[in-house]
Design a protein around this ligand. Structure first.
Ligand code: SAH
Length: 214
């Protein structure tokens, strides 16, 4: 067994404390190294966020595992991801909604959209569509969604994202600026927001997000 395989095994078993077994199994099928810039590939199974260019990061594996576990993704679901970045998180969700499910991943930075498409193709993931747009407004074309996963922190929960959730749908989203918390939003006859944990994400930049700072 190579050192990368050993790291991967260790990482996956460390996730047993925070993640559902189906999520860990999905993560075992997605090669995280294919979603990283070449010089960082040897660190693919360190449990840490890593830079993917343009000031953005790929989330730490435990964060992907926790968010996927909270979302409770099931085969056949229609999923929206806001903040596609490298495409890694989308690939894990895509595995969890197979067969029959689809992930639409929205990313605002063109260079990352291209890279994510390439990464997903190399990893052989077929049920993710990456779209360049402002995900703070959701993606009305393919709504409503069973699940929405937001990978960038918002000033508050964007109204459009709530409206694009199905009844019984779930959304995970970090909210806050200096201090951020991960929320689970559930839609029933109304919307219910539950705080889960403190987190650190890059900002959601857009109409219902933060303004770009330059
Ligand atoms: N899920 C990603 C993590 C990406 S980090 C992964 O697995 O790699 C968050 C991403 O959100 C960044 O790439 C950033 O460019 C993007 N982002 C920020 N605001 C956005 C917006 N309004 N719409 C779409 N993407 C946005």
């Amino acid at each position: 067994m190579g050192s990368r395989d050993l790291n991967k095994e260790q990482l996956l078993s460390s996730l047993e404390e925070v993640a559902d077994p189906r999520v860990i199994s999905a993560m075992s099928h997605v090669p995280r190294e294919l979603f990283l810039p070449e010089p960082l590939q040897s660190r693919a199974y360190d449990d840490t966020p890593l830079p993917i260019g343009r000031g953005q990061t790929i989330s730490a594996p435990h964060m992907v595992a926790i968010m996927c576990t909270i979302l409770d993704l099931q085969p056949g679901m229609n999923v929206l991801e806001v903040g596609g970045g490298s495409g890694y998180h989308a690939a894990v969700m895509a595995e969890l909604v197979r067969p029959g499910g689809q992930v639409y991943s929205v990313e605002r930075i063109a260079g990352l959209v291209e890279a994510a498409r390439l990464n997903l193709a190399r990893a052989g993931v077929e049920n993710v569509t990456v779209i360049q747009s402002d995900g703070s407004l959701g993606l009305p074309e393919h709504a409503p969604y069973d699940r929405i996963s937001v990978a960038a922190t918002a000033p508050s929960i964007p109204e459009q994202l709530k409206q694009q959730l199905k009844i019984e749908g779930r959304m995970v989203i970090p909210v806050g600026e200096d201090y951020q918390e991960l929320y689970l939003v559930t839609r029933k006859n109304g919307f219910f927001a539950e705080r889960k944990m403190g987190v650190i994400f890059v900002p959601l930049i857009g109409e219902e997000g933060f303004r770009e700072r330059n």
